[in-house]
Design a binder for this molecule. Structure first.
Ligand code: 5GP
Ligand code: ZN
Length: 136
């Protein structure tokens, strides 16, 4: 499965050159061209999936195992102090390239990487509503 208009399909297939950190039959891991911090990488499946909503189950499981392997290697190479794993789904959530990808963002003490949100408060109404609807 691929989408001929998708840039990440072309990168994953090696048709567009990229700084590749790792490759296997299912995935290519590349350096992001607009890094949030030094070493920001993206895991791309070789097959086209728009995002997590339609990602194949087997690949979904494999991608986290690969993320673990990559961050363990990269933290030694980069000397970073932590990692954020970010994965955006749909425009409202910040997705700009509509081919599933997982961001591996190294964090360094004192860096200016802007990830986060203003904490709200879980209301009883929201809690009850969500739990009730999910049980249906
Ligand atoms: P999103 O916002 O969809 O979660 O993330 C898309 C990411 O892809 C961004 O961090 C952006 O910098 C990166 N990106 C977009 N086009 C290219 C490209 O052609 N090559 C590489 N290596 N990264 C890209
Ligand atoms: Zn694609």
């Amino acid at each position: 499965m691929r989408d001929d208009n998708c840039i990440f399909c072309k990168i994953a297939a090696g048709e567009i050159p990229s700084a590749t950190l790792y490759e296997d039959d299912d995935f290519r891991v590349i350096l992001d061209l607009g890094p949030a911090s030094k070493g920001h990488a993206l895991i791309l499946p070789k097959e086209h999936y728009r995002n997590l909503f339609d990602l194949d189950d087997e690949l979904a499981a494999k991608v986290m195992v690969l993320a673990k392997k990559m961050v363990n290697q990269l933290k030694d190479v980069l000397g970073c102090d932590g990692y954020n794993i970010v994965q955006n789904n749909e425009e409202v959530a910040g997705q700009t390239v509509f081919h599933f990808h997982m961001h591996l963002i190294p964090r360094y003490e004192g860096d200016q990487v802007g990830l986060g949100w203003k904490m709200g408060e879980l209301t009883e109404t929201d809690k009850e509503e969500i739990l009730m609807k999910l049980k249906k």
